[in-house]
Structure formats: C-alpha cells, structure tokens
Design a protein around this ligand. Sequence first.
Ligand code: ACO
Length: 365
Amino acid sequence: MSQGLAQGLEGVIAAHTVLSDVDGAHGRLVIRGYAVEDLAGATRFEDAAHLLFDGFFDDLPADLAQALGAARVEVFAQVAALDEALAKRDPVEAMRALLARLPDGDDLATALLLLAAPAVFTPAVLRVGAGRAPVAPDPALSHAADILRMTRGTPASDAETRALDAYLVTVCDHGLNASTFAARVIASTRAGLTSAVLGGLSALKGPLHGGAPGPVIDMLDAIGTPDNARPWLEKALARGDRLMGFGHRIYRVRDPRADALKAAVRRLSDAAGARPGRVVFAEAVEQAALQILRERKPDRPLDTNVEFYTALLLEALGLPPSSFTCVFAMGRTAGWIAHAREQLAGGKLIRPQSVYVGPGVRQAA
Ligand code: ACO
C-alpha cells in the first residue's frame, strides 16, 4: 500500500457536519442532537427531514407536511414517462431514470421535488410493473401514509404508517456513508441537488450499501428453518459469500439502527397479530450468523447492521424485496439533500489526489 493511502478511505475525515454523528465504538447514532432510537417511532418523516434541512434553506416553512404533499402531486406528473419497458426493469433503475427527468437546482422547491420523487415513483413502478394503474398522491395525508396508499391502492393502518415513519426516520442520515459522500462530491462541483441525489442513489444501490436488505430475505427464505441456519451460513461463507445484514465500516459493535428497527417490527406485528414467528426465526438466524462470524473472524468484530431488520420491517409492511433499496432512498434522500447544501455552504471543491503507479513515460507508436 502506498504511503498515506487509506484503502477505501477508511479512517479518513473528509467533512465537518452538523447533521449526524456515527459513534462506531459505542454503537450510537445521533441526528442533529437526537439519539436515533428516540427519533424513530416518535417522529414523522417530514419532521425528521425538517430537522435535517433546518438552517440550509432560508425559506423553510415551519411544517414541511403541506409543501411535501404538494411536491408529491407535482412529481406525479412525471409518472406519465413510465412506460412498460422501464417498469419491467429493476425498480431502483426505473426510479433512477424517472428521477433523472427532474430539473437541477439548489433551492427548496427542487429539494422538495427530490424528497417526494422516490416516494411517488417507487409505488408507480411497482404497480405498473404488475400491470396495474399508478395511484395519484393524496397531499392531505402524511408522507408515510401516502406512500403505503399509493403502493397498495388502499389506506394503511396507523400502526403501518408509524412503522414506515420509524424506518424512514431511522435511515434519514448516517454520517459520511458511501452514497452521502458521493452526493457531497457532486454538490461540491455545484452541479445541483438533482445531480447530487442521483449520484447518491447510484451509490446506494450496490449490495455493500443499500442493496443488502432484499438479499437478506432471500437468505432467510433459503435457510427456511432455524436448524438449517448454521449449515447454510457455513456453506455460504465457504463459497466466499458475505452474509448480508452483517458487518459495517464504522460500527465495531451492534448498529443501533438494528434495534430501533427490530422494536418497530415488534410493534407492528403486535398491532397486526401478523407473522410474529418470522421475528423469532430471524433472531435465530442472526444468532447463528454472529457466532460463525466471531469464530471465523475473531480479530474483526462483525455485528448486525441496519439492513437485517430493515428487511423484516419492510416485508411486514407488505413491500416486495425488489423495492427495498428504493424505500431506503425515500428516507436517505433527506440526508443527501442536507449534506449537499452543507457542502455548498462550505464552498470548496472536493478533489483528492492519486499516486501514479502505472508505467513510466514511453514513446507513443
Ligand atoms: N460476511 C462475511 N464476512 C464479512 C462480512 C460479512 N457480512 N463483512 C465483512 N466481512 C469480512 C471481509 O470479508 C473481510 O475479510 P478479510 O479481511 O479476510 O478479507 C473483513 O471482514 C473486513 O471486511 P471489509 O470489507 O474490509 O470491511 P468494510 O468495512 O470495507 O465492509 C461492509 C463493510 C461492506 C458493510 C461489509 O461488512 C459487508 O460487505 N457486509 C455485507 C453487506 C451488507 O450488509 N451491506 C449493508 C451495509 S449497511 C449500509 O450500508 C446501510
């Protein structure tokens, strides 16, 4: 390794931020002064977005709910561009294509359209992909309630709405993760918020970042019974696979968001009386995975990350695994926008250096 080169920029500090603090040693996440477990379950998504945007837009209204509802309606006009071929693609790719149609800008109006976009496009992509007509937004509903209604075509219960709010709030910001860093790099060139959010989404979709929760469901389904957990997981590791939903660049202990989401799944299944056995089964798989990872990697603490219980919560809400990354983006877009604005306020272009290790100068033929 070259002198001064941190692989994957591990341990490198690349920004000062007032938005969130990820304490990897103690397993704590603080969002603008609030512990994530206190915000999740007690806060609507629009209020968490307001918390993140505060100080970054001069014209921020006291309550974002109405403006965000209006933005959902405005963004829905773009759904007309969703043809059958696009709807057949992976939902995150279809959503990314629709998002790219929005104009660039740095103002609050652009920010609200971007915040509304994944919430409106994802249900439309899912419905059109299944041969059904998209459902128009209802601006009078809360953001989470409207997402569920646009997805299913029928109103969601209060418990379901609270559960989706808990999820969106839990993932709304998380320090300088890969997608947020990508968004900040793009914002630093003054390309505009839409470009920054598109870059964030493109980084999010990879399985080492926000693409993990869908495969968590595949893993649980393939394991099937608690007895099969250990042999299945051992075989997966022997193949060189990574166990989805485990490990983290920053956390050396349990990701605090895992417990915030586990509590939300429990509240939801208590309210609906639905699939409580699924959580018990997932816990058995989790324990087996943690034990095997400890045995195989005694020097590298690998614990449960946010994606494991994300998968269970979104599944309990009836959302298909193919949509999980899009739902993650519904929450994280708030963080990308706030970070992009913070980066712009700092004003400096992000432009690191590389060390050339290629061939010496030679004669062109
Ligand atoms: N399963 C098996 N082995 C693992 C796992 C895992 N989930 N995570 C890390 N390891 C191993 C690696 O193979 C590596 O072993 P090696 O040193 O023998 O090569 C060692 O632990 C260190 O791993 P790194 O890749 O260096 O750790 P890094 O900090 O770069 O990776 C990451 C973090 C990408 C999240 C990793 O833990 C992983 O791939 N997890 C599975 C995918 C996942 O759950 N992604 C969602 C992350 S949360 C989020 O982004 C919202």
